[in-house]
Write a protein that binds this ligand. Structure first.
Ligand code: COA
Length: 563
């Protein structure tokens, strides 16, 4: 079928559906929501058989839904209506939820149901759930709905009649007043629910250190205690704030925009607070806790199971600042000092990495210099992985990866992905050539022609396609919570396999042979020569593109034409 995807943003779910529908040989076009005339013109021009809206903040005009089947993906079970379905489910502490695909009609979310799928809601942030459990359910329901439309025989279920009594309820948008945290009264659990329901957008509006902030994300702290509302400590850029029965880590803050002032964006909490941060101690967490130790939240963690080491890392939005890269590299070096034969990098849920931290760069006094410091730190990390010749390294991607984050994974010997992850192995949309030794790793995996196509087309790639191209080695059919354990089991088998030592020896020989043909330093220098120009030349589009990205502004049309 010819399917028009209509979305308010070409986000993770839209990208995944785009890739999955193309894998199923549908012809897919994308239209960003906004201008209704543009949408009508696109429908006239493309003449789609179906319009599918995976993530839509505005209504589809009658003119369109009255002449074309338009399906809306709604992140709530049948009957649950309203714009904050998922936020409310999380804030209410629901553990089971669902996604419904319904037909657009006059009244929002009230059209006949074409398909739906249930999903679990473990205690995670909304965006994480949205990219994982909700995304899995949304894809299952959307693909079923598309099949049903294509069959031409399926009658969707109207949302009225006897079976629907008591099921239908419309709940209003969840406003800041209902999200507000009372630090002197709300339990840690209640605070976490509020933070998770608002993560990553819109955040919870709060007062902190004499200013107004949106709080983004939250993790429980098992040991630190203090006067409710007080800041107690810092860790890895996050701040710890006391509740009546415990404390929570707040990783990121966004300053409230002043009326008429410039748009603000999220930053690591310590960076955002700057001079406003009171003198509190840095309480770093152990990288490799002792058995039974209650170490609490950390963005880096190492553990071992026999001959397998697991270096887990998780950075908000998958974005890596120079500090993240340096700390991850130090942790990686620690892992290399351990007696293992297989090292698994990643393995958690959600984003693996999305490359250099564009927000931290944007906030820096000298963004070009910060870009340079970040890419250099990222390259140092990738070099460490590429030159590991005494054990096998597996990159385990429980979620999506993009740009330098994909290339970081490609530095490993094997890349394993959770089915449904979306990869964006390209930099072009940020106006960058890219580094992370991609000119060495990408063609080595997919061939020069495919590497050129992937980086030029700059399209999302599904795991099915990634496996076919050789971009990834294994796709694991596991749920978001099951991916880590599944990858751990496989890593155990890999370490125990009779050929493991032979593979390590062969990898060392191959690396040495490659080094003789062209040293890694030469790849790096060539890439960084281009990147240096793109960072420091005033006419480079990168700075304007980055500024638009972090402030969530559309890319100016003139710039888009230059990409
Ligand atoms: N730096 C800073 N923040 C980043 C980031 C980066 N490199 N990549 C993603 N994020 C943030 C997004 O701003 C977003 O923040 P929000 O939750 O407050 O909205 C969050 O991470 C999730 O990203 P989002 O864009 O909503 O996810 P997605 O799955 O829809 O899209 C990408 C994923 C990777 C396609 C998109 O985020 C992207 O293009 N990122 C930039 C990649 C890049 O160019 N990196 C730099 C070159 S190495």
């Amino acid at each position: 079928m010819r399917i028009l995807l209509l979305a308010s943003a070409f986000n993770s779910l839209s990208q995944r559906l785009h890739a999955e529908l193309r894998d199923r040989r549908h012809q897919v076009d994308v239209q960003l929501a906004g201008d209704q005339d543009e949408l009508t013109a696109a429908v006239d021009r493309l003449r789609p058989d179906l319009l599918l809206a995976p993530m839509l903040r505005s209504a589809i005009p009658r003119e369109v839904w009255s002449r074309l089947t338009c399906l809306i993906v709604h992140p709530g079970p049948p009957g649950d209506r309203g714009p904050s379905s998922l936020d409310r489910a999380i804030q209410d502490g629901r553990t089971e939820w669902g996604v419904t695909v319904l037909q657009a009609e006059e009244e929002m979310d009230a059209g006949p149901v074409w398909a739906w799928a249930p999903c679990r809601l473990p205690g995670r942030g909304k965006s994480d759930l949205y990219r994982n459990e909700v995304s899995d359910a949304a894809v299952a329901a959307a693909l079923l709905a598309v099949e049903r439309v294509a069959s031409g025989t399926h009658a969707p279920q109207p949302q009225h009649g006897p079976g629907w009594q008591g099921t239908v309820r419309t709940r209003p948008v969840l406003r800041q007043a209902e999200r507000r945290i009372d630090w002197t009264a709300d339990s840690t659990e209640a605070v976490l629910r509020r933070l998770r329901a608002a993560d990553s957008q819109p955040g919870v509006l709060d007062d902190l250190c004499g200013a107004e902030w949106y709080l983004h994300g939250g993790h429980p702290e098992p040991l630190l205690r203090g006067r409710p509302g007080d800041l107690l400590a810092t860790r890895a850029g996050a701040v710890c704030r006391a509740t009546p029965d415990g404390a929570v880590w707040l990783p990121e803050l966004r300053r409230r925009r002043t009326p008429g002032g410039p748009a603000t964006f999220k930053l690591p909490a310590v960076t955002a607070l700057g001079a406003l941060l009171p003198p509190v101690p840095e309480r770093s967490a152990p990288l490799m806790p002792e058995p039974g130790e209650r170490a609490g939240w950390s963005d880096l963690r190492y553990r071992e199971d026999g001959p397998v080491g697991f270096l887990h890392f998780s950075f908000p939005g998958g974005a890596m600042s120079a500090d993240h890269c340096r700390r991850l590299r130090a942790a990686y070096r620690f892992a290399l000092g351990r007696p293992t034969s297989v090292l698994v990098l990643g393995g958690g849920r959600d984003f693996f990495s999305n490359g250099i931290h564009l927000n931290v760069i944007e906030a820096a006094e000298d963004p070009a210099a910060e870009s340079w410091a970040t890419i250099t730190a990222m390259d140092d990390l990738v070099a460490e992985v590429l030159t590991t010749t005494d054990r096998l390294v597996v990159a385990a991607l429980g979620g999506n990866a993009a740009a330098g984050g994909v290339m970081l994974a490609l530095a490993a010997d094997e890349v394993w992905c959770r089915r449904g992850a979306v990869l964006n192995p390209h930099y072009r949309l940020m106006g960058l050539y890219g580094s992370e030794y991609w000119t060495y790793t990408l063609p080595r995996r997919v061939g020069a022609a495919e590497a050129e196509r992937l980086t030029r087309q700059a399209l999302p790639v599904s795991t099915t396609t990634a496996e076919r191209l050789g971009l990834v080695d294994r796709v694991l059919d596991a749920g978001p919570e099951g991916f880590g354990p599944a990858a751990a089991r496989l890593a155990g088998l890999l370490a125990a396999s009779p050929g493991a030592q032979r593979r390590i020896a062969a990898k060392k020989a191959a690396r040495e042979a490659d080094e003789r043909v062209k040293p890694l330093a030469a790849y790096r220098e060539e890439e960084l020569t281009v990147m240096h120009r793109q960072f420091f030349a005033p006419e480079s589009p990168y700075h304007a593109l980055r500024s638009a990205f972090v402030r969530k502004r559309p890319v100016p049309a003139g710039l888009r034409a230059r990409l």
